[in-house]
Design a protein around this ligand. Structure first.
Ligand code: SF4
Ligand code: F3S
Length: 106
């Protein structure tokens, strides 16, 4: 499965949602996740994310390893999102910011 990682936090551009053929994205207050059992590994979402937050599980950078579990956990708790919407108001400001993990709202 593909995995959403830290750069999405406080941005949530949702371009990924628009291209996913199986609608396997789930939405929290300031982050999105992919349901690992629903993703068909098509790869369509990876290149369209403006923050480059999406990686295949097999190519997850070491610093983002915990996001595999976070995606699985929150996919079971948050509502599905099937349509693109406006990014968060602070998205441009936080697009390049590192170290946003502590600001993830569950
Ligand atoms: Fe959806 Fe394809 Fe991305 Fe998986 S890899 S989340 S199926 S767009
Ligand atoms: Fe987040 Fe990128 Fe999708 S910022 S909402 S993973 S397009």
């Amino acid at each position: 499965a593909y995995v959403v990682t830290e750069p999405c936090i406080k941005c949530k551009y949702t371009d990924c949602v628009e291209v996913c053929p199986v609608n396997c994205f789930y939405e929290g207050a300031n982050f999105l996740v992919i349901h690992p059992d629903e993703c068909i590994d098509c790869g369509a979402c990876e290149p369209v994310c403006p923050t480059k937050a999406i990686f295949p599980e097999s190519d997850l950078p070491g610093e983002y390893k915990e996001y595999k579990e976070l995606n699985a956990k929150f996919a079971g708790q948050w509502p599905n999102i099937a349509e693109k919407k406006a990014p968060l108001p602070e998205a441009e400001e936080f697009k390049e910011t590192k170290g946003k993990r502590s600001q993830l709202l569950d």
